[in-house]
Design a protein around this ligand. Structure first.
Ligand SMILES: Cc1cc2nc3c(=O)[nH]c(=O)nc-3n(C[C@H](O)[C@H](O)[C@H](O)COP(=O)(O)OP(=O)(O)OC[C@H]3O[C@@H](n4cnc5c(N)ncnc54)[C@H](O)[C@@H]3O)c2cc1C
Length: 502
């Protein structure tokens, strides 16, 4: 045992990460651990981060949040996927739609049938069989567990929301359940001379907060994980060339599309995230290829509405802490590392790291076994997401700027290289137990970016041409017919917002 029993947990930081951690920890550990959160209004939060992925529903359910209240309080909307525009070639687009596509056969994913269908002259796109995609582009949504009268999965969704409002909403939940909030700027961190463990946070206003375990949610600065206990940062800049973002909100959209837009430009890409009251916008770019001024002008040229604030430039370092848990400090959120928001994974990483910490919770004292397992899982999770994001840059067919030519030429991790080559040769992707993204997510990005497999699975040859054609037509008709019955996204939202919360 490397420390005494953990009775006092201190969370430093009240951004999305801090309040997500606080809300979950008090719900799960509140009866046995005393929880304090320290934050500084003077410093503020990063203030961006509005698109999520489907596991957020599980997180909200674990907290016992009411969906109607959540959507109302966070000005949220529904997200069915991410539309990637100009990523494979200028003028082309595809979607990473959540959920399933077509119909899977035992041991053979649907895309194999689609590849064979294309080989015999079929012209329908892979996304003609995606319920999520068709609903998204037709601006439709309803909560649908299954396609009616079938065993086929229905719609899988996540949310867009105002992350600042989400943090406030969670703060109310967390404080209501007993989290103590301390306002003030930490100016000094007291450590044990013998072990190097953090013992106390000293605040500018003279207050002192002591604890047994510290959760560092202090954002990019990493006040505890970096400055106090010195966990090294591993950069992934060689694979992910963007290192800055410029962000600003624009006025209410005319309608609220139920998907995120990611539009590639000459040296980066732009996001558009529609909320009830405004659109979140930003541009992620490479400072080796564009100045802030260039990025600003591209963003303004492509804004979907009136700007509501001055743009903010946010520099970032892509990578992660080699030890996300070091001594008695566990880092979550931006303090633990950062992968650019292309696949909306940061809030999810907070969720999964907070969950992991609870699973590994060292109530009798910190054990090196818990720490190393926590760090192993955190590393593998980040590396797999990293590979998925690099795929978007590497497997593109744009050669029009230095930036895109650089992406084509850059070396990639072996793990990704092997995955791409396997898909190219055989059409197969295998998902490891701890992969966040499903095979279907990988198929969509690979196919969407123009990676064409040379083969398909033999099981897809089990149907003759006529049977295959019938299968494809009936699935397409089923998807279109289902979408037709769905309400518009705005209708769903206003009905939801009108409903009384439980
Ligand atoms: C450009 C960009 C776009 C993003 N888009 C998405 C997205 O679409 N989807 C997604 O999932 N994620 C996204 N993210 C990530 C998301 O914003 C963050 O993961 C999330 O907001 C968590 O931030 P945080 O709480 O770790 O840090 P912060 O929001 O920076 O909060 C840090 C907290 O620590 C406190 N603090 C710091 N120093 C001290 C001190 N000395 N004393 C006291 N308090 C202190 C601050 O006051 C603040 O409360 C994006 C990030 C960036 C940079």
């Amino acid at each position: 045992m490397e420390s005494k029993a953990i009775k006092k947990l201190v969370i430093l930081g009240g951004g999305t990460a801090g309040w997500m951690a606080a809300a979950l920890m008090i719900r799960m550990l509140g009866k046995v651990v005393d929880i304090t959160l320290v934050e500084s209004d003077q410093i503020g939060t990063v203030g961006v981060g509005e698109a999520t992925i489907p596991p957020i529903l599980t997180f909200n359910q674990a907290l016992g949040l009411d969906e109607k209240e959540f959507l109302r309080e966070t000005k949220g909307s529904i997200k069915l996927g991410i539309q990637f525009e100009n990523w494979s070639k200028e003028g082309e687009s595809y979607m990473h739609a959540f959920g399933s596509i077509g119909k899977d056969f035992p041991l053979c994913d649907f895309h194999n049938f689609w590849i064979r269908y294309r080989e015999q002259g079929g012209t329908d796109s892979y996304w003609d069989y995606s319920l999520n995609y068709q609903a998204a582009v037709q601006n439709k949504f309803a909560q649908l567990g299954k396609i009616p009268n079938t065993n086929l999965p229905g719609i899988t969704y996540a949310y867009h929301f105002d992350a600042g409002l989400y943090a406030k909403f969670l703060r109310r939940q967390a404080e209501g359940r007993g989290v103590k909030r301390v306002e003030g700027k930490v100016t000094n961190v007291q450590k044990c001379a013998e072990t190097g463990f953090v013992e106390q946070l000293a605040l500018e206003n003279g207050q002192v907060v002591d604890g047994d375990l510290f959760v560092d949610c202090s954002g990019f600065v990493g006040l505890l994980i970096d400055k106090a206990v010195g966990s090294e940062y591993e950069s992934w800049k060689q694979w992910l060339p963007c290192d800055r973002a410029i962000a600003l909100p624009s006025g209410s959209p005319e309608y609220i599309p139920p998907f995120t837009r990611s539009v590639a430009h000459g040296a980066g890409w732009q996001w558009q995230i529609p909320l009830q009251h405004r659109t979140g916008n930003g541009l992620v770019y490479s400072s080796s290829h564009w100045s802030d001024e260039q990025a600003r002008s591209v963003l303004f040229d492509n804004l979907p509405g009136e700007p509501l604030a001055e743009p903010r430039v946010i520099p970032f370092r892509t990578g992660h802490r080699r030890e996300q848990w070091c001594k008695n400090v566990v880092s979550l959120g931006l303090a633990s590392g950062f992968l650019e928001p292309l696949e909306s994974t940061s809030i999810h990483l907070v969720q999964s790291a907070a969950t992991r910490l609870i699973k590994c919770f060292p109530h009798r004292g910190i054990r090196k076994e818990d720490v190393s397992e926590f760090n192993r899982q955190s590393r593998v999770e980040m590396e797999r997401i990293r590979d998925f994001i690099i795929l978007h840059y590497k497997a593109n067919q744009r050669r029009d700027t230095d930036f895109w030519r650089h992406c084509e030429d850059m070396a990639i991790p072996d793990s990704l290289h092997e995955k791409m080559e396997l898909f190219r040769a055989t059409g197969k992707v295998f998902r490891d137990y701890d992969d966040l993204f499903t095979e279907i997510a990988w198929y969509q990005v690979m196919i969407g970016q123009g990676l064409v497999p040379e083969d398909h699975h033999i099981i897809a040859d089990g149907l003759n041409d006529g049977q295959l054609n019938d299968l494809m037509q009936s699935l397409k008709t089923l998807v279109q017919g289902t979408v037709k019955q769905l309400p518009r996204h705005e209708e769903f939202l206003s009905a939801m917002l009108r409903k009384k919360s439980k």
